[in-house]
Write a protein that binds this ligand. Structure first.
Ligand SMILES: Nc1ncnc2c1ncn2[C@@H]1O[C@H](COP(=O)(O)OP(=O)(O)O)[C@@H](O)[C@H]1O
Ligand SMILES: [Mg+2]
Length: 358
């Protein structure tokens, strides 16, 4: 997959940007606070309509302005022209000049995988970060998944609201329970199947970055051990006491181990960093397998966090993805890896919201 052109207006510190990107490996070089991450954020926004910084779109608008525009041409199995205009009271998304109303019609137009400092949360953060990782990958690969997830979340919310009452209506509780179970079982099945497929990819990815090192594994640990119906019934009394649904996919965990020991407790910082990158590489590889084209990789400031050996392990992986008809955008302040790994790089300079070829 490829982002062939990018156009920005009043997007963070970019007043106006128009750039063309060939396939391959693009290196965005520049000092701090020049707009490198902002550029990756813009590409990610075209992919998901969200910021990977976890902020609302209003923060993205150039200070003092009232709207931003982001657009471009994405090349995958087909060519698509994307136009996204956002202001606090108006949003317009167009695909090939036609207005898009439902997110499901749009998602998949530009597939990306982002690598950033915050990925460390995948290892060190709460189970929620890991569920989000799995849910995103399922959303990127299974058309119906997002809808089921929304229905599950909705029934969970209604059910919990009911459980907060002093004497919950039993019939109403049962109807929410049924929806919770039917959607929850689908979520668990999808998650289990996905984790089985990506676990070997994570293991191999880890080995490539850190050769002759630990065995990295990912295991699905659902909150429901065997049967959702039975276990939910069994927990009814405790639910009434805690006034909340205490088992179900909203409590699922992803167990990450290095040589069978929990990565969060026993891994060094470097090992955790490597693990988080291996998870993202697995995401990219899985997407490429499902869609037949590799996603665009957005790599932010990751190199500086790795030692020389791991940098040397990671570079060939990244550049290979860039060559196989894919595209990679990587930011850094300096090229701190062996120069023989830097063949065929498109270099750009980022300076105060301006982008030029270096
Ligand atoms: N909404 C905004 N309007 C104008 N400038 C912004 C906005 N948001 C961030 N910036 C500016 O963008 C710069 C940071 O860009 P960033 O891409 O994070 O830098 P880096 O090159 O270090 O990755 C800072 O100078 C910041 O002031
Ligand atoms: Mg940055």
């Amino acid at each position: 997959m490829q982002l062939a052109t990018l156009k920005l207006r009043d997007f963070r510190n970019y007043r106006k940007l128009e750039a063309e990107f060939e396939p391959g490996f693009h290196l965005l070089l520049g000092n701090n606070a020049q707009g490198k991450t902002n550029l990756l954020e813009a590409i990610y926004l075209l992919s998901t309509l969200r910021s990977f910084r976890g902020v609302g779109n209003s923060q993205i608008i150039h200070h003092g302005q009232s709207a931003f525009f982001a657009g471009g041409v994405a090349l995958g199995q087909t060519e698509n022209n994307i136009q996204y205009y956002w202001s606090s009271n108006q949003r317009k998304l167009k695909l090939n000049q036609k207005p898009i109303r439902r997110l499901a019609e749009y998602l998949g137009t530009l597939q990306t995988v982002v690598f950033c400092m915050e990925d460390l949360h995948l290892i060190k953060g709460s189970a929620k970060s890991r569920r989000r990782f799995i849910d995103l990958l399922l959303t990127q690969t299974q058309p119906g998944y997002l809808g089921i997830l929304h229905r599950y979340t909705e029934s969970l919310r209604s059910r919990n609201a009911l459980l907060k009452r002093d004497s919950p209506d039993v019939l109403l509780l049962d109807s929410f329970t049924q929806e919770l179970i039917s959607t929850g079982e689908k979520l668990m099945m999808c998650r289990r199947q996905l984790v089985e497929k990506i676990s070997p990819l994570v293991r191999l990815g880890y080995r490539k970055i850190a050769p002759k090192m630990e065995d990295a594994r990912v295991e699905y640990k659902p909150s429901v051990r065997e049967d959702f119906v039975i276990e939910l019934n069994r927990s009814r009394e405790r639910e009434l006491r805690y006034r909340s649904t205490i088992i179900g996919p909203h409590r699922d965990e992803l167990k990450l181990t290095l040589d069978d020991k929990p990565a969060v407790h026993f891994g060094s910082e470097g090992q955790k960093r490597t693990f988080s990158i291996a998870l993202k590489m697995a995401q990219a590889e899985y997407l490429a397998g499902v869609h037949g084209v590799p996603p665009v990789l957005l790599i932010d400031d990751v190199m500086g966090e790795l030692d020389a050996e791991r940098r040397a392990g990671l570079m060939p992986l990244i550049s290979r993805t860039g060559q196989a008809l894919g595209q990679v955008f990587m930011t850094c302040t300096e090229e701190n890896w062996p120069s023989e790994l830097s063949a065929d790089i498109h270099r750009w300079r980022v300076e105060q919201g301006l982008l030029r070829r270096a």
